[in-house]
Design a protein around this ligand. Sequence first.
Ligand SMILES: [Zn+2]
Length: 281
Amino acid sequence: MKILMIGAHQDDNEFGRGGLASKLVKLGHTVQFLSMCNGCGGHHIMGPEETTRTRAKESAAVAELLGITYDVWDIDDCNLVADLPTRKRLIRYIRHFNPDLVIAHRPNDYHADHRASGQLVQDASYLLTVPNECPDAPAMRYMPVILYNEDRFTNPPFRPDIVVDIGSEIDLKLKIASLNVSQVYEWLPYTYGEEVPEGEEARFAWLKGMEITEDTTDAEVMAAPRGYAVRYAKVAARFRKELIEKYGEERGAKVRFAEAYEICEYGEPMSKEMLEALFSF
Ligand SMILES: [Zn+2]
């Protein structure tokens, strides 16, 4: 199957969907990332052009490690708008790739670019099948299934329709997070006022936040203040009930790292076949 993951920015796919992306590639599916913005806004020392160039190199490294294709559009960060030209551009883009499944942001989010990106996917979804809309790009016969990746916003709350154990992918997911050097070691710590330790090994340990083992409890994970291993472990802790429902008491209780997805009601309904093919690991 063909899976298109659409983020506003270059780390959105990596952080929210990276474990699933890695697993799907290993299962033989084709995965493509799209970042609708060019990354120009994400640095406090480099200017916009240098930041864009740096982010492009980091995304290329992610694509190579994951075994995916990765497109970055030329829209400046903080300038993504759910307007007609961008909607038409997205319709043509999605039709060209012709995905079975699209993963997007929910349109409720703190960041204007995330909101616009989620809105654009919603606005495009039905029109993908309308031949007289953008007639230069052949219409799809059916809409793709559309999922939203997990977030922590509560109005309305995220609904974990699908949960997956990404324990087998966690090392790779942390590695792809760390390939976004200018973000995870420079820009984001700057925005949070955090000190990053010197040296490759020390800073990777810092990136993780804490070592999470079989014995780490959900309470310890939820109390941990920061780190990417912590962040991905919090998803498992938050959705423990759903993990136990899916995997049974024994495995479900032991899942340390998870990703969760909400089914968007504006795409094609999720079929049993797709659920089994893509989410039964
Ligand atoms: Zn983002």
